[in-house]
Every structure is written in C-alpha cells, then in structure tokens.
Design a protein around this ligand. Structure first.
Ligand code: GDP
Ligand code: K
Ligand code: MG
Length: 299
C-alpha cells in the first residue's frame, strides 16, 4: 500500500505551441523566475528542467520550446527536435493550450500528443482573459473529443489560479520512485546559462516585432568576488542594424536591458551583481549548425 509518505518521482513534459504560457506556468509552479518569458514566440529555445520537491513528491518539469511550423532554419529545426524529444520517456504530459484560440501549431502538437502512452493533462491557460467568454465552452467540448482520455484543467499561469489543483493531479500520476535529484536542486542548468537567458529575455522584450529573433547571449565571465558577482555578457546579433537597435539612442536601450537583467540576476542568485554587456555582430549564427553548437545549442 502506498501512502503520502511513499516517495514519488517522475518527468513532466510541458508542451504546446509558442506563447500559450508554458514558461510562465513553470515559473509559477517553482515559485521562482527560472524560465524566461515574453510575448514573442521563440523566447524559449532550450529544453530546461525545473525540479520541484515537496515532501515525498519530486516532479521534474521539462520546459520546451514550442513546436514551430517553419523548419527551414537550423535554429528552428533544433527547437522542434527538442520539443518532440520531450514527449518521449516522460511520466506525465501537460499539453498547454489557450482558452479559446486554436491554430495550426496547436494542431501540430495535438497530432503528437495523441500518440503518447502516459497520462495527459490538458491545461487550458489564460483563464483570466474574459474577453471572449462565450467561445470557451464549445472550444473545451471540442478539445475533450480530441483527447478523450485527457483530464481538462483550466488555469491562469500568470495569476496562479488553479495551479495547486494542477500540481495535485500531477503528483497523483507520478510513479513511486526514489527522487532522482537532491531535494534542494531546482534545475539542471548552470547559473551561467540562467544568466545568459535573463539577458536574452530583456533583449526579446525590448525589441519590437519588426526585429527577427536573431539574438543570442554568451557569458564570458561569471565570477564571485567577495559579496559581488561579476558577470560579463556578450549579445550576438546577425546584422549591424540590429546592433544599433539594441544599443538604442545614446545607449538608452542597452542601459535598460542591463538594469533589468541585473535585478533579476540578484533575485535569482541571491547576491549583488555587477553586469557588463557588449553587443557584437556574428553573421549567420542562427543558420549554421556548427556555430549553434558552439553557442550551446546541442543537437
Ligand atoms: P511560452 O512561449 O508558451 O513559454 O509562453 P510564455 O510563458 O513565454 O508566455 C507568453 C505570454 O503569455 C507572456 O506575455 C505571458 O505573460 C503571457 N501569459 C502566460 N500565462 C498567462 C495567463 O495565465 N494569462 C495571461 N493573461 N497571460 C499569460
Ligand atoms: K513566448
Ligand atoms: Mg517558453
């Protein structure tokens, strides 16, 4: 007989098209800003683990880049591959969808989720947006017919509504097992990686829709000296014009990016941070598999 003190542990894949709120959901569950989020698709590029241990239960969440329709560029192929891989060898799948909007990209994910053998929770996010309330029920009814075995869980990841219930449903579906990670570990990613992602998030949020997502960040120095963490970050872009835009008039935009990233880093690392930022043009990085792999996008 298992009871609440029997250890449980397993992997929970968070899948869905770009912008449905997967990373926001993970951050809310973890109670920390680990995964970067923004209104732009392609914000999440890497699969990342977020680990939450509460009493006997350890849930290992796999945040994925959304599946993209365009498979033309090396970076997009990389993201699609990691999103598909996350569906294999997990114990629970969270299929995150928007409360009303359904797109071709949702349909692509659905076609993959149909074939998973583990339990699926259909997480209907952005409940707080009441603009199109009357459309929601027919949408949910239709979704239920598409995945008859999935349990439907409406939530608001942004406002934390119904997340406790979601976590309870996840816990019940995890296998009995010893924990794979120490109970105080929250991710498999290094602090350097998290620092680079925080800079990239600020860049993504600062740039208008007219700028393509041809930005990546490398951490050149990450060193604790006494009470201060010294971080040097290099922002790589594809073109001179993009460099100008990121720097902004009189360096205004760079300054903002740096200030916001530094504040998030201080919260995450629990230390005072000195952050130095540079921008450099490195042509073709997003469509060159070798350049990608030197930047940490491992195929
Ligand atoms: P991802 O691409 O699926 O990881 O989506 P993100 O987590 O980056 O979120 C995309 C956008 O949706 C961001 O602007 C979030 O603030 C927003 N968002 C996420 N969850 C909610 C929610 O529950 N309600 C509302 N109104 N917005 C949300
Ligand atoms: K996003
Ligand atoms: Mg994301």
């Amino acid at each position: 007989m298992s009871d609440s003190s029997t250890p449980r542990c397993g992997y929970v894949a968070i899948v869905g098209r770009p912008n449905v709120g997967k990373s926001t959901l993970l951050n809310h569950i973890l109670g920390q800003k680990l995964a970067i989020t923004s209104r732009k698709p392609q914000t999440t590029r890497h699969t990342m683990l977020g680990i939450k241990t509460e009493d006997a239960v350890q849930a290992i969440y796999v945040d994925t880049p959304g599946l993209h329709k365009d498979n033309d560029k090396a970076l997009n192929r990389f993201m699609n591959k990691s999103a598909s891989q996350a569906l294999r060898d997990v114990d629970v799948v969270l299929f995150v969808v928007d409360r009303v909007r359904w797109t071709d990209e949702d349909q692509m994910v659905l076609e993959k989720v149909r074939f998973v053998t583990c339990p699926v929770l259909l997480v209907v996010n952005k409940l707080d947006r009441m603009d199109d309330k009357k459309d929601m029920l027919p949408h949910l009814e239709w979704l239920a017919t598409q995945l008859p075995d999935a349990e439907i869980v409406p939530v608001s990841a942004l406002h934390g509504r119904n997340i406790d219930q979601l976590e309870q449903l996840i816990a019940e579906r995890l296998p009995e097992s010893e924990h794979f990670y120490p109970d105080d570990q929250i991710t498999d990613r290094s602090s350097r990686f998290l620092a680079a992602e925080l800079v990239r998030e600020k860049v993504m949020r600062q740039l208008g829709a007219e700028i393509p997502y041809q930005v990546t960040v490398e951490i050149e120095q990450f060193k604790q000296e006494g009470k201060i963490l010294h971080i040097h970050a290099l922002i790589l872009v594809e073109r001179d014009g993009q460099k100008k835009i990121i720097i902004g008039d009189g360096g205004e935009r760079m300054k903002k990016i740096g200030q916001e990233a530094r504040l998030d880093m201080q919260k995450l690392f629990g230390s005072k941070v000195m952050l130095n930022l540079w921008v450099k043009v490195k042509r073709g990085w997003s469509d060159d598999e070798r350049a990608l792999s030197s930047l940490g996008y491992n195929f």
